[in-house]
Ligand binder design. Structure first.
Ligand SMILES: [Zn+2]
Length: 285
């Protein structure tokens, strides 16, 4: 049974002719296919045999429930099954918010059997890496853990491990109701941060502040300093450059909450914590 469940794909599409085509395309490979005709059907099948599926391949645009809405419902049910979208009109790469729902990517229609198999293999491989990364690395580090005082090293390799790490950091941050997270907070002494001010969600690798202006004060908390709140004066506007998790350059002009989150998280990469802005706060640690 473990061999079956490791290759059991739930295909969700409102075009009835597509699923048999996919089944035929994967006949020579070790994939077991179950077909659902829409999102509701997929949820019913998931509820019946949730431990059986290893991957969900779903159309984005379906009547009644879209692929993204299906992903939301599955997440609400506690599913961690990776989801690969398929569409005539894929947006690549998928927005980070979509990926945090468990959406691993988008397969452009029409696809060849080879492209389909490659996409399924890649999605399964990434999901396994995410699981390994969660198990091995992502434990919250709390003051006075010395790792929080390390100067983090720059990242030079942009591979699927880094992609998996960034996705896992987003998930970890959201599960802990944070708006930002830096590598050392989860035991990674490397220059990577994630931030989400509810309007912008981004991962930054090797971020650098290249311009700053204005000053604002705000009370901040930190996942690594539970119970501590510090009134911190920071720049109101910052220009930040860095790379995305896929190695592409990124340049951001931020103000308001996002500017504050970026400065807070970049502080973490240099071993600086909010308690350093107010020595009195250390009395409460
Ligand atoms: Zn923090």
């Amino acid at each position: 049974m473990s061999g079956l469940s490791s290759r059991h794909v739930l295909v969700v599409d409102d075009e009835p002719e597509l699923c048999p085509v996919i089944r035929k395309a994967l006949r020579s490979y070790d994939y077991h296919i179950t077909c659902a005709k829409n999102g509701y059907d997929a949820l019913r099948l998931y509820d019946q045999e949730r431990d059986s599926f290893s991957l969900i391949l779903t159309d984005i645009n379906m009547p009644g429930m879209s692929g993204c809405e299906l992903a939301l419902d599955l997440k609400a049910r506690g599913s961690r099954i990776p989801i690969l979208l398929m569409s005539d009109d894929c947006i690549q790469p998928l927005p980070i918010k979509c990926r945090s729902l468990g959406l691993s990517g988008c397969l452009a229609k029409p696809f060849t059997p080879d492209k389909l198999r490659h996409a399924l293999d890649e999605t399964s491989r990434m999901a396994n890496r995410v699981c390994e990364s969660t198990a091995k690395a992502l434990n919250l580090r709390v003051y006075p853990d010395p790792i929080l005082r390390e100067y983090c090293t720059p990242i030079s390799t942009y591979d699927s491990d880094l992609q998996a790490l960034s996705e896992q950091m987003f998930i970890f941050m959201r599960e802990n109701c944070g708006v930002g997270l830096a590598g050392p907070q989860v035991g990674i002494i490397e220059r990577i941060i994630v931030a989400d001010d509810s309007e912008t969600a981004l991962c930054l690798v090797n971020p650098e502040i290249i311009s700053a202006s204005g000053t604002e004060r705000m009370v901040e908390g930190c996942l690594s300093l539970p119970g501590v709140q510090v009134d911190v004066a920071r720049n109101a506007h910052v220009g930040v450059i860095g790379k995305r998790q896929d190695g592409k350059r990124i340049s951001i002009e931020a103000d308001g909450l996002l500017a504050r989150i970026l400065q807070h998280e970049i502080d973490h990469l240099n071993g600086t914590l909010i308690c350093d802005y107010d020595p009195v706060s250390k009395m409460y640690l």
